[in-house]
Design a protein around this ligand. Sequence first.
Ligand code: GDD
Ligand code: MN
Length: 375
Amino acid sequence: MKIKSVLIIVPTYNEIENITFFIPKLFNIIPDYVNILVVDDNSPDGTGKIVEELSLNYPNRLFLNKRVSKQGLASAYIDGFKWGLSRNYDIFLEMDADFSHNPKYIPVMLEKIKDHDVVIGSRNIKGGGVEGWPMLRNMVSKGGSLYSRFVLSCPIKDLTGGFNMWTKNALEKIVLDGIISKGYSFQIEMKFKAYNAGCSIFEIPIIFIDRKHGNSKMSKKIFLEALINIWKIKKNTGADNAIDQFIKFSITGGLGTITNLLIFFLCADLAGLHEIPVSIGCFLIAVTQNYIINHKWSFRNKQNVEPLSIKKWLLFTCGSLIGLAINIAVMRFMILNFDLPWKFIAQACGIATGMIVNFIVSKFFTFRRKKNVVN
Ligand code: GDD
Ligand code: MN
């Protein structure tokens, strides 16, 4: 992809000690197709005023989005993204105003975004890290990252970081109006949504340097909001966990069995057709029904809906046949080796084992997610 225009969005709240130096430093590094938008929440220290003055030195390159009051990081970024989308920028970069995000990484990110939808400046991969944070903040950050990765089962290594580049296409897939975060969990929510939308995501290592001037706006309240929000984000963005998937898969299997029996009854009993071809036909119909329901429901990903395909149908049919073979093997083994009062107990165990195997094949093979994160 050829990059035409890039917008760097810098949210600010009381950054007067940084902004005067930050803006010229940034303009020294960025090429002329990159513009800057500062989103200021009417900082009491006059950050907005300084940006207005600076913008006279950078006509049509530096813009200020003035907001009436402090409304949080998420809404600052969303306003910034919308500002840029309506002006047809094709690449967006989130960046802090306090020099924690070194502008030297921008050219690398611009290079990578040509082949990906999202580029994440990552502290948690080889070559990345944090300088100057007290141990507690470091632990909170690492812990928070691990916690959200675990809850969301998302392979992105730096979910919380705020130095990220997005294509217009990625932002459109994310649907900004659906974002529920107010504070810092915004970063997690954006990345998780992009991941689930099937965006191609690339993490590059960055060293995050703690600010020398001014104060962080991270607070206990923002942190706690993030901890709880993760669960809402998970529910909203709808990546089912393995247990949800297994329950849905079992219900689907049950429905398939009902269809199978019903058609068998119609064809073999009422119409008097031979039971072997009828049984094979019933199996194929039930398998097809199961494939469709599993595709659209059990293994569905709310934001990334792939079309049904013959290839996957074939894979699913193979998985079901493997399940059936295991069912029969377990059933026979039990009947031959145990002294059971009824044979159907052996069959029940066979069905359960066959189903688990079929589920595993479906989850990790047939309906496996495409890998879309490089880190
Ligand atoms: N407009 C606006 N409104 N800007 C805000 C607000 C707000 O409510 N809150 C913070 N900012 C601005 C700050 O002025 C700064 O430019 C940037 O957002 C980041 O805020 P910091 O307070 O410096 O954040 P931090 O250093 O604690 O956290 C950084 O690392 C986190 C991950 O550990 C940020 O990059 C976070 O986005 C990131 O999640
Ligand atoms: Mn900071």
